[in-house]
Design a binder for this molecule. Structure first.
Ligand code: 5BU
Length: 462
C-alpha cells in the first residue's frame, strides 16, 4: 500500500471528516481525523506499519513505544516487524502493585522511538517524552501518521525533539481534491483555518517580549557583565562594604532581605543609591509561593515593602498561575523570575512541573521576565532552555569555579557549563563571598561568565 492508497482508504473508512469539531483547546475546526477504527481493517494496519517501518529504517533507537490508545496496536506491529522491544506507558497512574507506570523491559539510557497517530499541538508528545525521560530513557524522535498541525515539526524542534510525519494535511487535501472527494471550497476553508491558527500563534509570540526581560538584557550588554551577586550576608555593614567594592562588576544584585539582623528603613534608600551610581539592577530572591491576595501584601506591605525597591522577585508557581497577577497587577516596571528548576539536591520540581511553569508563563508573558533553572550538564540545560515559551532569560544559581556541592544540598556546576548550556546570567554567592578577596574573585567570575556568554552568542542562537 503506498501513501496515496492509504489516504484513500482512510477516507473510505470515515477516518477523515469535514464539519465543525470542537478540539481539546476549545477551538472549532472544520476537519477532524479519527484513526481509531483502523484496527478493524487488517490490510490498513499492515499497510501503515510498513510505511512507518520504511520511514524509520535509518533512525537510531533501542525500543519502540506508542501513545495510548490509538497508536498502541500500530506501534506494536512496527516493533514486531523490526524485531525491537516494545514498551508502553499507562494512561492512568498506577497507585498500587509494583507502582510502575511504564510496562515492558528497558535499560537506563535506552533510546526510545515514539509513535503516535496524529499531532495537533504536540502537548501529549511532550508529556510522554518527559515521563519516559524521568524513567531514564532518552527520547529524540517522534513519528506520527498525520501531521494536522500548522507547524508541528517546528514546535517540537523548539522543544528539543524531532518530528517525522508520514502524511501532512496539504497532501491529504490535494489527493482528495484530485479524486473529487472534497470540493475546492472546502479545501480552501481548511487551509484558511490552519493559516489563521498560525497567524494567531505568531502574534502571540510577538507579545512575549517582556519589557523587564529587555531591561535586563540591555543592562547585561551595556555593562558587559552577566554576573549576579547573591549578597547573602547578615548585617548591613557587611552588605554595603562588599557592594561598594563589587557593584561595578555586576549586572544585578540579588538580596535575601530577611537575612539581615539589622534591617531598618535606611536599607532600601541606600541600596537604591548604590544601584543608581554603580548601574546595577535589584532582585529580591523572596520566592513568593502563596495565594494571590497573600503574596500581594507580602510583596507590597510589611516591613520590607519589597515592591518599592526590587525590580525583580522570584516566584514559585506551586499555588498556580494566579500568583502572578496577585503580585504584579497594577505595578509598573516590576516582574518575576519563575522557579522552573532548582539547584538543590532532591528538589521536588519535576519535568511536568517545569512544563507547567512554562505554560503559565506563556499565558502571562507580561509578568515573567525569566526563569530560574539549573541542570546536570550542558546538554541537559540546552534541552531545558529550548522549551522556554518565549524570549525569557535563564538565570542560574548553583554556580562555582568547580563542580561540587555543599553540606546542605546545594549543587554546583561550573561557570562555563552554565553559560554554554544557555544561562544568560550566573548567580554567585559563596563562590565570591567566601573567597580571600571577594573583589578579585568577582572580577574573575565576571570575566569568565562574559567570555562564555560571548562565545555562545557568536556560535549559536540560544
Ligand atoms: P551560593 O552561595 O552561590 O550557593 O548561593 C546561591 C544563592 O542562590 C542563594 O541565595 C540561594 O538562596 C539562591 N538559589 C539557589 O541556590 N538555588 C536555587 O535553585 C534558587 C536560588 Br531558586
Amino acid at each position: 500500500m503506498n501513501r496515496d492508497q492509504f489516504i484513500l482508504e482512510l477516507e473510505k473508512i470515515g477516518a477523515i471528516k469535514f464539519g465543525n469539531f470542537t478540539l481539546k483547546s476549545g477551538i472549532i475546526s472544520p476537519f477532524y481525523f479519527d484513526l481509531r477504527d483502523m484496527i478493524s481493517f487488517p490490510g490498513m494496519l499492515e499497510g501503515v506499519a510498513e510505511l512507518i517501518k520504511d520511514k524509520i529504517k535509518d533512525m537510531d533507537f533501542d525500543v519502540i513505544t506508542g501513545i495510548p490508545y490509538t497508536a498502541l496496536p500500530i506501534a506494536t506491529l512496527v516493533a514486531v516487524k523490526l524485531n525491537k522491544p516494545f514498551v508502553y506507558r499507562r494512561k492512568e497512574e498506577k497507585a498500587y502493585g509494583t507502582g510502575k507506570n511504564i510496562v515492558g523491559k528497558f535499560q537506563q539510557g535506552d533510546k526510545c522511538l515514539v509513535i503516535d497517530d496524529l499531532i495537533t499541538t504536540g502537548s501529549s508528545k511532550i508529556e510522554t517524552a518527559e515521563a519516559y525521560e524521568q524513567e531514564g530513557m532518552k527520547i529524540e524522535d517522534f513519528v506520527v501518521i498525520i501531521d494536522r498541525s500548522d507547524n508541528g515539526a517546528a514546535e517540537m524542534k523548539h522543544r528539543g525533539y524531532n518530528l517525522h510525519s508520514l502524511i501532512d494535511l496539504e497532501e491529504i487535501l490535494l489527493l482528495l481534491k484530485k479524486n473529487k472527494l472534497i470540493s475546492a471550497v472546502k479545501a480552501k476553508e481548511v487551509k484558511d483555518f490552519t493559516n489563521s491558527l498560525k497567524n494567531y500563534k505568531e502574534n502571540k509570540r510577538e507579545l512575549v517580549e517582556n519589557p523587564l526581560t529587555r531591561k535586563l538584557l540591555n543592562r547585561i550588554r551595556q555593562k558587559r557583565s552577566n554576573l549576579i551577586l547573591s549578597l547573602d550576608v547578615t548585617t548591613q555593614s557587611e552588605f554595603f562594604e562588599i557592594l561598594d567594592k563589587v557593584g561595578n562588576e555586576i549586572v544585578m544584585v540579588k538580596t535575601h532581605v530577611d537575612m539581615l539582623d539589622d534591617y531598618d528603613d535606611n536599607f532600601a534608600p541606600r541600596l537604591l543609591d548604590y544601584a543608581a551610581r554603580q548601574n546595577f539592577l535589584i532582585f529580591e530572591d523572596r520566592k513568593f509561593a502563596d495565594i494571590g491576595n497573600t503574596v500581594r501584601h507580602q510583596y507590597r506591605n510589611g516591613i520590607y515593602h519589597i515592591a518599592d525597591w526590587a525590580e525583580y522577585v522570584t516566584v514559585h508557581l506551586v499555588a498556580g498561575e494566579f500568583i502572578l497577577p496577585g503580585l504584579f497587577e497594577g505595578l509598573e516596571g516590576r516582574g518575576g523570575f519563575v522557579l522552573a528548576r532548582m539547584s538543590s539536591k532532591g528538589n521536588l520540581l519535576n519535568e511536568t512541573y517545569t512544563r507547567k511553569c512554562f505554560e503559565a508563563a506563556r499565558k502571562n508573558p507580561q509578568w515573567v521576565a525569566g526563569f530560574i533553572g539549573h541542570g546536570s550538564s550542558v546538554e541537559d540545560i540546552k534541552r531545558f532552555k529550548a522549551k522556554f515559551p518565549g524570549k525569557e532569560l535563564l538565570l542560574m544559581p548553583g554556580v562555582k569555579k568547580e563542580k561540587g556541592s555543599d553540606a546542605m544540598g546545594q549543587q554546583y556546576i561550573t561557570i562555563e557549563d552554565a553559560v554554554k548550556g544557555g544561562a544568560d546570567c550566573i548567580i554567585v554567592g559563596r563562590g565570591i563571598l567566601q573567597a580571600p578577596d571577594p573583589v578579585t574573585e568577582a572580577r574573575l567570575y565576571r570575566e569568565r561568565g562574559w567570555k562564555a556568554y560571548n562565545e555562545r552568542i557568536s556560535s549559536s542562537t540560544i
